[in-house]
Design a protein around this ligand. Structure first.
Ligand code: GLN
Length: 204
């Protein structure tokens, strides 16, 4: 069996997501076909999807303009396993606020019952790395890369917190949806992707 994984292909660190899926599936011994999703009809061809980090306003507006937003929303609500990293987390969230320009509306899928604050860590300290405790990945800390990262400020009742820092929640799961404020695709550690493929998407 070949597993089809989509990466929303409009903007952001798309290639890094493709690479991370390839590495994780190879390590798990799963045959994977990774495709860039840019059209609504492609949403029907995939078993899981990831939404990259980048600029959430651009990813959201292009998804809307290219008419992928509606199909994707329906699929995720119907159970499509979905991983959103950084900007991807913002696009999946019910509500977003910007730490700099507080009330700014942007097109969101709105499928995950969380509220996020964009650019939480500000401009002066907009990139850093931290060792996180992520219990679903085991004992060994996970080196997490944060780039102009958001933070989760509120979670609904169906949302499980996967990782937290002093500032707030940085990884969470709601059934088939997993989101991170950091970039697991950039750390070279495939544990997060393997967890997603095995425990969330159940494709292994
Ligand atoms: N600051 C970006 C946004 O608000 C997210 C940054 C990232 O994905 N690395 O969309």
């Amino acid at each position: 069996m070949v597993v089809n994984i989509g990466v929303l292909g409009f903007q952001g660190d798309i290639e890094e997501h493709v690479e991370a899926w390839r590495n994780a599936s190879e390590e798990l011994g799963v045959k994977t076909n990774v495709l860039l999703v840019k059209k609504a009809e492609q949403v029907k061809q995939i078993d899981a999807i990831s939404i990259p980090g980048g600029e959430s306003t651009v990813i959201g507006s292009l998804s809307e303009r290219m008419r992928v937003m509606g199909a994707l929303k329906e699929a995720i609500l119907g159970g499509l396993p979905t991983l959103g990293t950084c900007a991807g987390l913002i696009v999946l969230a019910k509500r977003s606020k910007d730490a700099v320009v507080t009330e700014k509306t942007q097109p969101l899928l709105g499928v995950m019952d969380v509220e996020v604050e964009r650019n939480h860590f500000g401009r002066q300290n907009d990139s850093f790395e931290a060792d996180l405790k992520i219990p679903v990945l085991g004992e060994k800390p996970f080196r997490a890369v944060f780039i102009r990262a958001p933070i989760i400020t509120r979670t609904g009742p169906g949302v499980e917190v996967l990782a937290e820092m002093e500032d707030g929640i940085v990884a969470a799961r709601q059934a088939n949806i997993v989101s991170t404020a950091f970039h697991p695709e950039l750390s070279g550690d495939t544990r997060f992707h393997k967890y997603f493929l095995k425990d969330v998407a159940k494709l292994v």
